[in-house]
Design a protein around this ligand. Structure first.
Ligand SMILES: Nc1nc2c(c(=O)[nH]1)N[C@H]1C(S)=C(S)[C@@H](COP(=O)(O)OP(=O)(O)OC[C@H]3O[C@@H](n4cnc5c(N)ncnc54)[C@H](O)[C@@H]3O)O[C@H]1N2
Ligand code: MOO
Length: 417
């Protein structure tokens, strides 16, 4: 699926298309949070504030890529053994002469004068006499100093959230400290008089809060410092006071509920009363349409819809842009995988539809096939449990037939950092 699929002009002129909403959400954030220097052991999951250049070439010295024999003359078949080098040894001081070989193991430094290594399976050895079955190419089975990374090369660029790959290259180059973005302080607030904390008894008409635990789980990452702001009531003054306090201590406040048009949906009014503004409201996505975003105090604000699946979709598509920009993460376009629909349905109208789904083999067109789970609905959580991601049905389609090209956003790709 191309990016163009996301910029479809939606039928409802009051709804923003997804790419415009993402751009507006990013624009609400002035820039990333400040920086701090951390020791290597603390870098996992943190976001680099600047590029890290290599203090050393990698590999740091020429060495053998195989267990075998290093030889001075690759064109020659017969050699006489002159020593032994294992990984970790300091190497030989005197250069090999033509006709000489050294027993060598993978990772051991190449002796001076050696021009190739032969694998031990390819030689016949009798005492100290080595005979190759065939001549070697110059440089065979030798890893050269700096062939992976030259001294001064950028090992990891700014904006990378460090996973095992980044830690491996930094460790290999002996980098012991790095400048990273400080943790983004994320305040999580649920709104609604019906909400009850997990563990407390449930009174009639009440439900347990699912959104705060969901978002806290998604944001339990080293780049974020999640602050639990609890449940805000459906009461304008109290909500205003909560937002004012949170706006002074958080980098971003993520709320859920109270975004829609009902008499009890007080978020927009409370944001205004707290001196804040909303710069984005109502996006052409299904579910998640009533999402809003803006600023309160020094914090950015993302107001997700109350229905849990709508809140999840709103976070994946829009909220995440705000959080990642604050975290200093390299901006990534939303790029669903191109897949074939393993189902048929009527089109989603003016809103791009997102539905819990799994990848299910390969379709007749040769692309992965996607199967929707459950019967949909923005309040349903059960289909998410078996889902691997979201089927993406672009706005404007009249219908979806089996085999049609649609999109798939994996949870793995859409929820990281
Ligand atoms: N007349 C209209 N009504 C609604 C519209 C509309 O356009 N016109 N939009 C609907 C859509 S779409 C959605 S989505 C919801 C969003 O509403 P709110 O963001 O105002 O959310 P609430 O009304 O507070 O709650 C909706 C629903 O979700 C439950 N909820 C809320 N928070 C939580 C939570 N933390 N954990 C679990 N469940 C939660 C809440 O009890 C409600 O059932 O509005 C539609 N209405
Ligand atoms: O946007 Mo609502 O999320 O359709 O249920």
């Amino acid at each position: 699926m191309t990016d163009a699929a996301f910029t479809d002009i939606c039928a409802d002129p009051g709804l923003l298309d997804i790419e415009s909403a993402r751009a507006q959400a990013a624009a609400l954030v002035g820039g990333p949070v400040g920086v701090e220097e951390l020791a290597f052991a603390e870098l996992r999951g943190r976001v680099l504030a600047g590029p890290v250049a290599s203090p050393t070439p990698l590999p740091p010295f020429d060495h053998s890529a195989m267990d075998g024999y290093a030889v001075a003359d690759p064109a020659r078949l017969r050699h006489v053994l002159r020593g032994r080098l294992a990984a970790g040894s300091e190497g030989l001081r005197d250069a090999l002469a033509p006709g000489e070989a050294v027993r060598i193991f993978t990772g051991a430094p190449l002796p001076p004068g050696a021009r190739a290594v032969v694998m031990q399976e390819r030689v016949t050895r009798e005492g100290d006499d080595i005979t190759l079955r065939a001549a070697l190419e110059e440089g065979a089975n030798v890893r050269r100093r700096g062939e992976d990374v030259a001294e001064g090369d950028v090992l990891v660029p700014a904006g990378a959230a460090m996973d095992g790959r980044h830690l491996a290259i930094l460790a290999a180059a002996g980098v012991s400290r790095a400048l990273v973005r400080r943790r983004v302080v994320v305040g999580l607030l649920s709104t609604g008089d019906e909400l009850t904390e997990a563990g407390a008894p449930l009174r009639p008409g009440r439900i347990y809060d699912a959104n705060r635990p969901m978002l806290a789980g998604i944001l339990a990452r080293p780049a974020y410092d999640v602050v639990d702001l609890g449940v805000g009531p459906d009461e304008p003054e109290a909500l205003t006071a909560l937002l004012e306090q949170a706006g002074a201590r958080c980098d971003v406040i993520v709320t859920s509920g109270a975004t829609s048009v009902g008499d009890e949906d007080h978020l927009a009014g409370a944001v205004a009363a707290a001196g804040g503004t909303l710069g984005l409201a109502r996006v052409a996505i299904k579910p998640g349409k009533p999402i809003v975003a803006g600023r309160v105090g020094r914090a950015a604000l993302v107001g997700l819809p109350g229905n849990p699946f709508a809140a999840l979709v709103g976070h994946m598509l829009i909220g995440r842009v705000v959080l990642e920009r604050l975290a200093g993460v390299e901006a990534r376009p939303l790029r669903p995988l191109s897949v074939e629909a393993g189902f048929a349905q009527k089109g989603p109208g003016g809103r791009t539809e997102f539905a819990p789904a799994v990848l299910d083999g390969v379709g007749p067109g040769g692309l992965p096939r996607v199967r929707k789970l459950g019967r949909g609905g923005s309040a349903r959580l059960a289909p998410l449990i078996a889902a691997e991601g979201l089927a993406v049905i672009p706005a404007g389609r009249a219908e979806v037939r089996e085999g049609d090209l649609i999109g798939f956003l994996s949870f793995e790709a859409a929820l990281e950092v």
